[in-house]
Design a protein around this ligand. Structure first.
Ligand code: PLP
Length: 506
């Protein structure tokens, strides 16, 4: 009956011992993660082949589980908490966030209604408000915590759709000849989650207007204005414009203030996707990137990206809570409660069940404090700036985009294509002379770099050119890890040259 005891054991020594074992495992993992390759080295199906086809009938001790965690699972882990994780946007677990996750599971709260845990509701509202103050957004913004930016932006789109007065909530979209086509406006560089949101909200992919960008990958506001006007003239109904502060590929910043002017003039909902870059607004010196976002109707910031909070934690801020309530609030009898004047968080999103994510922010702010978080952000900005400087000064490489935050887009100049001394290309969109062969060269360089183990970088494509991307955002990453990335990159570059890797005549 050992298994049955594990189900609920809370008081007995067995639980304490197991908790100590897990704590030991976690502490050891954090100590040794740097020795492991960041990117998992397994082949597809490797773990599946080792796992039993069915669940065991009888449970066993935690030691067995932890042994198999090491033996079976760890080899298939890409280590997001490795200091050499420099790919995508990092999602790293600070110690406070990690400890909070343990407590969250212990409490097992479902924060759907105020009364299903008053503290969870009130802490969530206050944590969003702490974040709001830290990033300098004015009073009047409030918000909730959802799982991901994808969910947050989708929720905002539903609120924006309802705010048009088209009564989609009640009457739906299908079979309504009275309805115009509905559209959402994003830049070509916006995250795909906006397009997915449009699919889910019934706008269809054709309802997504991808506005061109300028030579710094920022939305062309005149093109936006023209496109909205043209749509309105043909009877189409614009629902939302999404401006991004920190786009996914290059972290470019759309001109939010001028976009806000357009939205105001055209009476269109403005959503700001600051899922990645939002925490940087905690730094006075970075506030210039955020001018105008205070005029948004809704904003998403993901603490699980650049604020040392373990997955998942996305804050959705908004100015008109009724717009959100009227798009999704629905209370069946079994969920009705008779506490007047309280917020029931289930009313502000699609999921009924909600994790107690606010506890992660509370632990984070309480244990680290805002100053330490600002220091972390500054360190990341400095490290990205240093790396960009090395790339700029090295004829083997070139910058592929400006570097407003902690992410550097760059590419290697394959042999024979390096600029002559003194003619480094500008750090904005290149003239577009790069052939496919250079793309292959860069792809090979990145693959070799990532196979080395100590670092993991990802890529994007800008103007048809394969582009390498180094993003510093992990609480664990320091100077030596970024230096290492540069050193390995140079070694792999030189190795390819020595081999005469024949990309250019392929
Ligand atoms: C700018 C931006 N918005 C939204 C998202 C989606 O984030 P999530 O995984 O939280 O849905 C990303 C993911 O990287 C992003 O970079």
């Amino acid at each position: 009956m050992a298994g049955a005891r594990h189900l609920s054991a809370s008081q007995d020594e067995e639980f304490r011992a197991a908790a100590r074992s897990v704590a030991e495992w976690v502490a050891n993992y954090r100590e040794r993660v740097e020795e492991m390759p960041v990117l998992a080295r397994v082949s597809p199906g490797e773990l599946s082949a080792l796992l039993p086809r069915s669940a065991p009938e009888r449970g066993g001790p935690i030691e067995d589980v932890l042994r198999d965690l090491d033996r079976l699972v760890l080899p298939g882990i890409t280590h997001w908490n490795h200091p050499g994780f420099l790919a995508y946007f990092s999602s790293s677990s600070s110690a406070p966030g990690l400890l909070a996750e343990f407590v969250i599971a212990a409490l097992g709260v479902n924060a759907m209604l105020w009364r299903t845990s008053p503290a969870a509701t009130e802490l969530e509202l206050r944590m969003v408000d702490w974040l709001r103050r830290l990033v300098g957004l004015p009073d009047g913004f409030e918000g909730v915590i959802l799982d991901t930016a994808s969910t947050s932006s989708f929720t905002a789109l539903l609120a924006a759709r309802e705010a048009t007065g088209l009564e989609v909530r009640e009457r739906g979209l299908a079979g309504r000849p009275d309805l115009p086509s509905l559209t959402v406006y994003v830049s070509e560089q916006a995250h795909s989650s906006l397009e997915k949101a449009a699919i889910a909200a019934g706008l269809g992919q054709r309802g997504v207007r991808k506005i061109p960008t300028d030579d710094g990958y920022r939305m062309d506001v005149e093109a936006l204005r023209r496109r909205i006007s043209a749509d309105v003239e043909t009877g189409i109904r614009p629902i939302m414009v999404c401006a991004t502060i920190g786009t996914t590929s290059t972290t470019s910043v759309d001109p939010v203030a001028t976009i806000a002017d357009v939205c105001e003039a055209m009476n269109v909902w403005l959503h700001v996707d600051a899922a990645y870059a939002g925490p940087a607004a905690m730094l006075p010196e970075a506030r210039r990137h955020f001018v105008g976002w205070e005029r948004a109707d809704s904003i998403v910031i993901n603490p699980h990206k650049w604020l040392a909070t373990p997955m998942d934690c996305s804050t959705l801020l908004f100015r008109d809570r009724d717009a959100f309530r009227s798009s999704l609030a629905l209370t069946p009898e079994y969920l009705s409660s008779d506490t007047p004047g309280v917020v029931n968080l289930m009313d502000y999103g699609l999921p009924l069940g909600r994790r107690f994510r606010a506890l992660k922010l509370w632990f984070l702010f309480r244990q680290l404090g805002a100053e330490a978080l600002r220091e972390m952000l500054r360190r990341h900005l400095r490290l990205a700036g240093e790396f960009a400087g090395w790339i700029r000064a090295d004829r083997r490489f070139e910058l592929a985009a400006p570097v407003p935050f902690g992410t550097v887009c760059f590419r290697a100049n394959a042999p024979g294509t390096e600029p002559k001394p003194g003619t480094k290309p500008p750090s904005t969109k290149p003239p577009g002379t790069d052939p496919a062969a250079t793309n292959a060269w860069n792809r090979e360089l990145l693959a070799r770099l990532n196979r080395r183990g100590p670092v993991f970088l990802s890529h994007t494509v800008l103007d048809d050119r394969y582009t390498l991307r180094l993003s510093v955002g992990s609480v664990h990453t320091g100077e030596r890890h970024v230096r290492k990335a540069y050193k390995l990159l140079c070694e792999e570059y030189d190795g390819l040259v020595r081999e005469g890797w024949p990309a250019l005549d392929r």
